[in-house]
Ligand binder design. Structure first.
Ligand code: SF4
Length: 479
């Protein structure tokens, strides 16, 4: 993703343009939506905490999957120049030292957003609007249970909590009681689901105007609706559409092969040699390197994951893969190893037939659960990220050539991670989170047959700090 866009604004210029409408205006609030149909929750964009879609709102208006009354209120606030608190991801970045650009500027400057700015700024807040960027998860079916994930997103996590109950952290991590309290228990993958029904009613109207459509999960390759979408797009092409799906690339190889065949059909590499969408991108996830990645992402086999990435890039020379990297406390020490791997694949699979790099890394940071956030680490851990940044600069596009090295956009995300890590935290919060981390890891190891100290020997001193924090809270000596 380059800083300069076809409509000729840099993200910085876009930020200034947005501020000319209002200091909190963001096109994503109107045009981007993520919907979790297995629970009936929605948010725009993916940063704010999702809110429940009232069933009575979708009864006669399936577009309320996106245009909830709640969201309309947030739009109204933005038009008035007030900051919706749900967008604190962006406000934190904008308020951090340095002149950092938040996703408010980056997203509003995307091709799915920037051309619609005039239309949406003049729209009455109570009006419905079809998104141009739609992200959907159909089900929580998943064969992984990553440390920071939850039962509403992963059926494996659901099974674990059903068997063992919640984790012994201050907020009872992943407790079913908490999910029931906020009406977030997922529909089982094969259960009748009114949100899925509303989606398929709305789909014929919304799909032709979409510029970006992305299927997330759970693991989308385990959801039947994913393949229904593939078939629909193959029969009803939309050449303006950037279509994407997420996959952990750890499912049986037959499913990866089935997805690859559909991808070939959409890209005009199928038997009829006719392109059906503008592009097809595969998003996958990995948060650090090797065995430490496997520790975070229970179910993953790191080498198999890398092999699947490479064989897909080899099979489909126009395919682009994006790694979504949710950096968390367990990502930091091995991060440079992951970047080295990404750099190798970028160079090895460089192909002019792609309109971008073979592999991109999209670095963000985990916010919840807070006890796994990078913010719980001592300041000295920033050096790991500084080394990672140096590596990215050494292997940048500027040094290696366009699409062969790390782009300015990728590097800017690394810089902002370092800035974020450097923002001070309160001692009381830190004590609670480190205690939670200690309690979580002990239970995680016990349930899953893992050993934190073996997987992360370089973090043993930090783990000791967490143990002390736990003892201080237990003895009433915490600050
Ligand atoms: S302000 Fe930020 S968090 Fe809020 S909708 Fe825009 S990009 Fe998302």
């Amino acid at each position: 993703m380059a800083e300069s866009k076809p409509h000729n604004l840099t993200s910085r210029q876009m930020r200034d343009k947005l501020n000319g409408i209002s200091p909190s205006f963001c096109a994503a609030k109107w045009l981007q939506v993520t919907m979790h149909l297995q629970t009936g929750f929605t948010h725009s964009c993916h940063h704010p905490i999702p809110h429940k879609i009232p069933l009575d709102e979708i009864k006669n208006n399936p577009s309320a999957l996106h245009n909830t009354l709640f969201k309309k209120k947030q739009r109204e606030m933005m038009l008035r120049g007030e900051r919706p608190s749900e967008c604190d991801f962006c406000w934190n970045i904008e308020d951090a030292p340095g002149d950092n650009l938040s996703d408010r500027a980056h997203k509003s400057n995307e091709d799915w957003a920037a051309p619609n700015l005039e239309e949406i700024k003049n729209l009455a807040p109570e009006e419905n609007i079809n998104p141009t960027y739609l992200e959907v998860s159909f089900s929580n079916a998943c064969n992984f249970k990553c440390a920071y994930c939850s039962p509403d997103i992963s059926s494996k996590w659901f099974e674990e909590i059903k068997q063992f109950g919640s984790y012994p952290t201050s907020q009872n991590f992943n407790s079913f009681d908490n999910y029931k309290l906020i009406d977030k228990m997922p529909y089982a993958p094969d259960e009748p689901n009114p949100y899925i029904d509303a989606f398929w009613l709305w789909w014929p109207e919304v799909c032709q105007s979409l510029k970006v459509f992305r299927i997330t999960g759970g693991e989308p390759l385990l959801a039947r609706s994913t393949f229904r979408v593939f078939e629909h797009l193959e029969a009803n092409p939309n050449l303006n559409l950037d279509f994407a799906i997420n996959s952990n690339l750890g499912v049986p190889v037959g499913l990866i092969d089935k997805m690859a065949t559909h991808a070939e059909n959409l890209l005009g590499l199928g038997p009829d040699r006719t392109r059906k969408v503008k592009s097809f991108t595969l998003f996958t996830s990995v948060d650090t390197y090797g065995a430490q990645s496997e520790y975070i992402r229970t179910g993953q086999k790191y080498d198999e994951f890398v092999r699947n990435v490479e064989s897909l890039l080899k099979r489909i020379p126009s395919l682009q893969i994006v790694i979504m990297c949710t950096t968390n406390a367990l990502s930091v020490t091995g991060f440079k190893g992951l970047l080295t791997e990404v750099a190798r694949i970028k160079q090895e699979f460089y192909d002019e037939r792609r309109y971008g790099p073979a592999l991109t890394i999209d670095i963000s940071y985990l916010r919840l659960p807070s006890f796994l956030s990078i913010k719980i680490l001592p300041d000295s851990y920033i050096r790991y990220f500084e080394q990672s940044l140096s590596l990215m600069l050494e292997l940048s596009e500027e040094k290696l050539g366009v699409n062969r090295g790390f782009s300015e956009h990728e590097i800017s995300k690394m810089r902002r991670l370092i800035d974020y890590m450097g923002v001070p935290t309160q001692a009381r919060w830190l004590g609670t989170m480190r205690t939670d981390f200690f309690m979580f890891i002990n239970e995680y190891d016990r349930r899953r047959g893992l050993d934190f100290n073996k997987a992360f020997p370089e973090m043993s001193e930090f783990f000791g700090l967490c143990k002390t924090a736990r003892a201080q809270i237990f003895l009433g000596l915490a600050p």
